[in-house]
Write a protein that binds this ligand. Structure first.
Ligand SMILES: C[S@@+](CC[C@H](N)C(=O)[O-])C[C@H]1O[C@@H](n2cnc3c(N)ncnc32)[C@H](O)[C@@H]1O
Length: 213
């Protein structure tokens, strides 16, 4: 889908995401995952800032989203939660950060929207410090056959209306990326994945060396 169209779809959804933030939807999962963040944090596709309530003290967040309307809601949330944050309006799939720039990289419910999800995980692998962590909460294809086939059937409508690929196989995406998963929890018929991962710099070095031969 054309990026401008997608941005305008998300601009229009910003009020809904603000309401969900205020209701603290997914509080239990966010608390658990975001509570592990530390140091210099990159939060991609920050939306209306639903995670800001849950960051520990002393983190320093760089928050990226391509929707200006979402970012203005996220700024309010950071202020209300007393989180030190800077905001960048950009497409996360085309931005670049220096290698090893962040202690923690956070993404919640954003991988359903990207054009190249594995490539973005490769970027996380580069941007994250070797001893850093990658924290993900992503929804995707259920392992339950009935729910999975329903997701496949209704995906085109979801994509058109909210810009979401409802049937992304997240396990497949993780396996094709270089990140190293330490712990994963799955909920709601395995449609929601909570992931604690680290970058795998060794693998990248080997790949680069082979590519140069
Ligand atoms: C489903 S919302 C999730 C928001 C938030 N992370 C949360 O947990 O509530 C997806 C967000 O990703 C943003 N987004 C999607 N694709 C993006 C891209 N390529 N670059 C930057 N932001 C993107 C949208 O603007 C939206 O704010």
């Amino acid at each position: 889908m054309d990026k401008e169209k997608l941005i305008s779809k998300f601009d229009h959804q910003s009020k809904i995401y603000e309401m969900r933030r205020k209701k603290q939807s997914e509080k239990k999962w966010r608390e658990k995952l975001i509570g592990s963040a530390k140091g210099k944090v990159l939060e991609v596709a920050v939306g209306a800032g639903a995670n800001f309530y849950f960051y520990p003290k002393n983190v320093d967040v760089t928050a990226v989203d391509f929707s200006g309307a979402m970012l203005s809601k996220a700024k309010e949330s950071a202020t209300a939660s007393n989180v030190r944050a800077t905001f960048i309006q950009s497409d996360i799939e085309s931005i670049s950060f220096p290698e090893n720039a962040f202690d923690t990289i956070v993404s919640t419910f954003s991988f359903c929207g990207y054009e190249h999800p594995v490539r973005l995980l490769e970027s996380f692998n580069r941007w994250c410090k070797p001893d850093g962590q990658i924290l993900l909460m992503e929804h995707g294809l259920s392992s339950n056959r009935l729910i999975g086939s329903t997701q496949k059937i209704i995906k085109p409508v979801f994509l058109r209306v909210v810009g979401c690929h409802l049937d992304r196989n997240m396990i497949n995406i993780f396996q094709h990326s270089p990140i190293h998963i330490h712990h994963m929890e799955r909920y709601k018929f395995n449609t929601v994945h909570l992931v604690w991962a680290s970058p795998n710099k060794g693998l990248l070095r080997v790949n680069t060396k082979n590519a140069l031969r």
